[in-house]
Design a protein around this ligand. Structure first.
Ligand code: GLN
Length: 477
């Protein structure tokens, strides 16, 4: 049995039925990390002690004939923006180089309570700001499908590790596309749940009204299992919703025949790569073949999504990142004479260029005199974008789009052009702004064998429908 290419269910049953052990699974993944990750760079920290302790607990359960929980013995990775008790958590930043949190992120705690074995922490863009993982303060991640290309970002390590069989599933975070876009670049499944579906407690905040935690997985079913595990109200996050959690896995079996699926012209315009367009159009034909009804819809405010997102996200980031001042947490500038100099030097030495750019943009947008012209206006446009979706979802149950206008680009290709990098998020930021769920699933490859992603967007708290459609497409394709 190849221990590093199993789905969640296959891994769990193999441990349950004593065909292998959780320990052997963890060790096989660590061996693969040892072999592959030198060139990929997906992990920032390995949490071997914690993983082996958990594996041992699961193996004892299996030996005693106890029923294993849904992720029993399954090796997983956690994006390094989620706090892990006793395990270094850097958010991809130098400023948190030695930060060891005293508590666990709720989503991580729920994964472990469901039996998951946490292998380590995944590389990402600094504070999740980026679309290529090149903004990590440690090292970039390379796309396992083509090492000259980026894996996408900011959850680049989370996507690359799943694609390279170094983890069965991982958790990522999505503020403006950071789960779905790297999933599409690496050819894996990435699910961003509805805002409020999954607790953000213990997630290092980037833009609090846009931040979401969700899974990157090899199959739609695995993503459904993880969502079922991490979703639901958490008293520690007041924005986590009191909405019941359906059995997303059982929902996958329902038929898609007759489902009304929207296609929005605005997502097929200028800048869309030809091969991506063809693959997505072919996928839409395949959905038609599954007896879905394809319905044209309009999302007219889409052209304003990028400026709206980059105003709101930077404004919130500038406020959230004010806490890194060298007083609490770890890294502090040395040899300073005054408090003000300590703040200044700590932040100057601790933050990378992109993070500084965002803090400055956000501070500007929030400053007196500019607030109404920028931040307030962006909030209004955000409402218009949300209404576009509300109207479209009166007519359809799901909307399909390309996940990203291009396949994975080369390392260095956009790293000196922040605007070009921001434009790569054109199809993903809208769902974050509207708070609706979205999934990216593989839908073919370019001539150069680069994966292409199909995005499916759904109504608030209707992850079941997009998972069901994604699953049906995955099975048919
Ligand atoms: N690429 C976007 C940005 O740089 C999205 C990041 C994210 O979703 N965390 O802000």
């Amino acid at each position: 049995m190849d221990l590093t290419s199993l789905s969640i269910d296959a891994a769990r049953s193999a441990v349950q039925e004593r065909k292998t052990t959780a320990l052997a699974l963890a060790e096989a993944h660590y061996a693969r990390i040892q072999k592959e990750d030198g060139q990929i760079g997906a992990f920032l920290t390995l949490s071997k002690d914690r993983a082996l302790e958990q594996a041992d607990r699961i193996d004892r359960m299996a030996a005693e004939g106890k029923q294993l929980p849904p992720l029993g013995g399954v090796p997983v990775g956690i994006k390094d923006v989620m706090s892990t008790r006793g395990v270094r958590t850097t958010a991809g930043s130098k400023i948190l180089e030695n930060y060891v949190p005293p508590y666990d992120c709720t989503a991580v705690a729920r994964m472990e309570a469901a039996g998951a074995v946490v292998l380590g922490k995944m590389n990402c863009d600094e504070f999740a700001m980026g679309s290529s993982n090149e903004n990590s303060a440690y090292h970039p991640v390379r796309n396992p499908r083509d090492l000259s290309r980026v894996p996408g970002g900011s959850s680049g390590g989370s996507a690359a590790s799943v694609a390279a069989d170094m983890a069965v599933v991982t958790l990522g975070s999505d503020t403006g596309g950071s789960i779905r876009q790297p999933a599409s670049f690496c050819g894996v499944v990435g699910l961003m749940p509805t805002y409020g579906r999954v607790s953000r407690y213990g997630l290092i905040a980037f833009a609090s009204s846009l931040d979401h935690i969700g899974p990157l997985a090899k199959t739609v079913k695995d993503a459904a299992i993880v969502l079922r595990t991490i979703a639901g109200r958490d008293a520690m996050d007041s924005t986590s919703a009191e909405v019941p959690v359906p059995d997303y896995v059982a929902e996958l079996a329902k038929p898609v025949r007759g489902m009304k699926v929207g296609v929005a012209r605005e997502y097929f315009g200028e800048g869309l790569d030809d091969e991506v367009r063809q693959a997505v159009e072919l996928a839409i034909d395949q959905l038609r073949g599954l007896s879905c009804e394809i319905v044209p819809v309009s999302l007219p405010h889409t052209p304003y999504a990028i400026p709206t997102y980059y105003l709101i996200a930077t404004a919130e980031a500038s406020a959230n990142l004010a806490r890194y001042d060298g007083v609490r947490y770890t890294v502090r500038a040395r040899g300073v004479k005054t408090l003000a100099e300590m703040y200044r030097r700590t932040r100057d030495e601790g933050f990378g260029a992109e993070v500084k750019r965002r803090i400055m943009l956000g501070t500007y947008a929030l400053s007196a005199g500019y607030y109404d012209a920028y931040y307030l206006k962006a909030q209004k446009v955000r409402t218009l974008l949300t209404r576009d979706f509300d109207e479209a979802f009166q007519k359809v149950e799901a909307i399909v789009t390309p996940t990203s206008p291009t396949p994975a680009f080369r390392l260095g290709e956009k790293s000196n052009d922040p605007l070009a990098m921001y434009l790569a998020d054109i199809y993903t930021v809208t769902a974050d702004l509207a708070g609706i769920p979205g999934i990216s699933i593989p839908c073919g490859k370019t001539k150069e064998k680069l994966p292409i992603g199909l995005q499916i967007l759904g109504k608030h708290f209707d992850e079941s429908t997009i998972l069901r459609l994604a699953h049906a497409y995955e099975q048919a394709a």
